[in-house]
Design a protein around this ligand. Structure first.
Ligand SMILES: [Zn+2]
Length: 561
C-alpha cells in the first residue's frame, strides 16, 4: 500500500480529465471529516465537520478543517454534500458558509433539518438541496447518486460520484445492521449495481476496522435497557449523543412501557429531538414527554431524564451534574444510564464523570458494565464483505486515526486488492485518480484551525504551547529596568512567580545571567526592548531549566530608564 512521504510538496497541476481528492480532515484523526474533490476546474465538498479538542488543547471549543487550500476558489464549489447529521460531518458548515453563504448544501431530510437548526443559531440562511436515496443529480462535472446507509443517526447517505475520471464511491459513516429500528438497511444491492458498472475508487469508513466480526444490531440493546428500567428504584438519567434518534427511541419506548415520564435536558438534545420528532424520525408516545418542572414534581420512580454529555464534555449536562453544578442534584438511588460509546481521547473525561456521579451515590450503568451501546460503524467483517462485493479498482480508507486507516487497508489487501492500489493518506495529502489509478501526488496545508470564544484561528499552535506550559509549569515575570545609555540594569530586576515550585527570591541567582545577556546585547548593538525580551526569555529559560529542572513560561518586560 502507498503511504504519504514525509516530505511531500505542493502537488503538480491536476492532469486534464483527472480527479483530485484531498481530505482536509478525518484522515489520521476521528472527527472534522471533510473531503474535497476537484475535477475540470470545479470543486465538490463532501462533509464539513468539527473535531472536539483533547486535554492538550486547553480552552479550545472546537477544531475546524483548514480551508486555506480552497479559500481562493470558493466560487468553484458546486455543492457541499453532507452524508449525515453528526457534528463531525456538519459542525463546520456554519464556518464554511460564513466564507461563502450561497454554496448549495445537499443532504437528506433529517441531515438538512439538523443543519438548518444549527445555522439559525449562526444567523445564516442556507441554500438547501434535499435529496434522498435513489436520487441522482449533477453538480457541475460531478454526477452524484445517493444510496441509503445505516448508521447511528437516521437518514445517512453514501455517495457515488461519477466524473470524467471514473466513479468514486464514498461510504460516509456506515454499518450493516440488518434489523435497524427504521428498517432502512445499507443499500448493498446498490453497491453491487455500482460494482457491475465499475467503482474506480472506494473511500470507506475505517472507524471500526480493528474490531473483528460484525457490529451487533441496535435492537440487541433492548434487554440491558429494559433491566435498568425494571430495577431502578428512583430516577433514571440517560445520557446519549443528541443525534442518536434510534437509541433514544428505544429508551422512550421502554420508559413508556414502565409508566415513566421523560424530559429532555440540554440545548442540543432538546433541539435535535424536536427536529426528529417533528419530521417523524422519532415516534413519541402521547403524553410521554413533559417539561422538566413537571417531571420534578413526580415521584422519583416515575421520572426519566435524557441528557447530553455522554463524552464527558465539561459544559454538558451530565458533567455538570457530576460536579454538582446543575439544578438536577444526582443522589443515592438514582441510576445513570450512559448509552454511548467512548470516543478515543475522551476516556479520562468520561471516567471522571462516572466517578463524580458514583461519589454522590448514583448507580452508573455504562458500556463497561452492561450491553448498553453498539457502535455506529462497520466492523472488519462488514468491511471485508464490502470489498468483496464492490471489488473497487482503488481503495482509500477514510475516517480514522492511523491505526484504523492501516487496519482498513490491510482488510482491503486481504480480499485480493492490489496493495499498490490501496492509498493511505493523512489530512492534506493529495490523491489523484488518473487513468484508473489513484496515487499520492503532493500535500497541501491542512493544519488545525482552533475556535475559541467564537474566534476562528485566534488561538495558534504557539498559543496552545504557552497554555500547556502555564498549566504544567507556571510562569515567571521578570521586570528589568535598563539604562538606555549603558544597556545595563538600572535597578535590580523584579521577579513575579505564579504556579511555579520555587519562590521569586530563588530567581535572584539569575541576576548575573540577566547582566550577561544585557552585556552581550549592548556589544552587538541591540537596544530594542522586544529583541532584548526575546534574548532574556531564552537565557533565563535555559538557566531555570538547569537550576530547577523545570521550564516555566518566562515573560521578561524590559523598561527603558
Ligand atoms: Zn457519523
Amino acid at each position: 500500500m502507498s503511504h504519504p512521504h514525509p516530505e511531500l510538496q505542493q502537488p503538480p497541476q491536476l492532469a486534464e480529465r483527472g480527479l483530485r481528492i484531498v481530505g482536509l480532515g478525518g484522515l489520521g484523526e476521528i472527527g472534522r471529516n471533510m473531503t474535497v474533490f476537484e475535477h475540470e476546474g470545479s470543486l465538490l465538498v463532501v462533509d464539513c465537520g468539527v473535531l472536539f479538542p483533547e486535554e492538550h488543547q486547553p480552552g479550545v471549543d472546537v477544531i475546524l478543517p483548514d480551508f486555506s487550500w480552497i479559500r481562493d476558489r470558493l466560487d468553484r464549489i458546486t455543492a457541499l454534500v453532507l452524508t449525515h447529521g453528526h457534528e463531525d460531518h456538519i459542525g463546520g458548515v456554519p464556518y464554511l458558509l460564513k466564507e461563502r453563504p450561497d454554496i448549495p448544501v445537499v443532504g437528506s431530510r433529517l441531515t438538512l433539518a439538523l443543519v438548518k437548526a444549527k445555522l439559525q443559531e449562526h444567523r445564516i440562511r442556507p441554500n438547501l438541496v434535499e435529496v434522498s436515496e435513489g436520487d441522482r443529480s449533477a453538480f457541475g462535472p460531478f454526477d452524484c447518486e445517493f444510496l441509503a446507509v445505516n448508521h447511528s443517526i437516521p437518514d445517512g447517505l453514501a455517495i457515488a460520484i461519477r466524473t470524467g475520471a471514473g466513479m468514486v464511491l464514498h461510504t460516509g459513516d456506515f454499518k450493516m445492521d440488518q434489523f435497524p429500528l427504521d428498517r432502512r438497511i445499507t443499500d448493498l444491492r446498490g453497491f453491487a449495481r455500482l460494482a457491475d458498472e465499475g467503482v474506480d475508487l472506494l473511500l470507506i469508513d475505517s472507524t471500526n476496522a480493528e474490531v473483528p466480526g460484525f457490529t451487533t444490531s441496535e435492537r440487541d440493546l433492548a434487554p440491558a435497557i429494559e433491566t435498568v428500567f425494571r430495577t431502578a428504584p428512583r430516577r433514571i438519567i440517560v445520557s446519549s449523543f443528541a443525534s442518536h434518534v434510534h437509541r433514544i427511541q428505544q429508551v422512550l419506548d421502554i420508559a413508556h412501557a414502565h409508566g415513566r415520564k421523560v424530559s429532555f435536558v440540554g440545548r442540543s438534545m432538546v433541539r435535535n429531538m424536536g427536529v426528529a420528532g417533528d419530521l417523524g424520525y422519532l415516534r413519541v408516545p402521547e403524553g410521554l414527554i413533559v417539561p422538566l418542572e413537571q417531571l420534578e414534581k413526580l415521584p422519583a420512580h416515575k421520572a426519566t431524564l435524557i441528557c447530553t454529555g455522554s463524552q464527558g464534555e465539561p459544559m454538558a449536562a451530565l458533567s455538570r451534574m457530576a460536579n454538582r453544578d446543575h439544578k438536577i442534584r444526582v443522589g443515592e438511588g438514582d441510576t445513570i444510564l450512559m448509552a454511548s460509546s467512548v470516543i478515543p481521547g475522551n476516556e479520562n473525561a468520561i471516567y471522571r464523570v462516572i466517578n463524580g456521579l458514583a461519589r454522590w451515590g448514583a448507580n452508573v450503568v455504562h458500556k463497561g458494565n452492561a450491553k448498553v451501546h453498539v457502535s455506529g460503524h462497520a466492523s472488519a467483517g462488514e468491511l471485508v464483505y464490502c470489498y468483496n462485493l464492490i471489488r473497487p479498482a482503488n481503495v482509500m480508507p477514510v475516517h480514522g486515526e492511523w491505526r484504523h486507516l492501516h487496519a482498513n487497508a490491510q482488510l482491503a489487501i486481504s480480499t485480493g486488492i492490489d496493495p499498490d492500489h490501496v492509498v493511505i493518506a493523512e489530512d492534506g495529502v493529495v490523491v489523484d485518480l488518473i487513468d484508473n489509478r489513484a496515487q499520492i501526488t503532493g500535500k497541501v496545508p491542512a493544519g488545525n484551525v482552533y475556535v475559541d470564544a467564537q474566534v476562528v484561528g485566534g488561538v495558534t499552535e504557539a498559543a496552545l504551547k504557552d497554555r500547556r506550559t502555564l498549566a504544567e509549569e507556571g510562569f515567571v515575570t521578570v521586570v528589568a529596568i535598563v539604562d538606555a545609555d549603558t544597556g545595563k540594569l538600572a535597578d535590580p530586576p523584579d521577579f513575579l512567580v505564579r504556579g511555579f515550585t520555587h519562590q521569586s527570591s530563588d530567581f535572584e541567582a539569575a541576576i548575573p545571567i540577566i547582566e550577561k545577556t544585557l552585556a552581550r546585547a549592548a556589544a552587538e548593538g541591540i537596544g530594542d526592548a522586544h529583541q532584548l525580551e526575546q534574548m532574556l526569555s531564552r537565557d533565563i529559560g535555559r538557566w531555570a531549566q538547569k537550576t530547577f529542572r523545570r521550564r516555566p513560561l518566562i515573560i521578561p518586560i524590559v523598561i527603558d530608564a
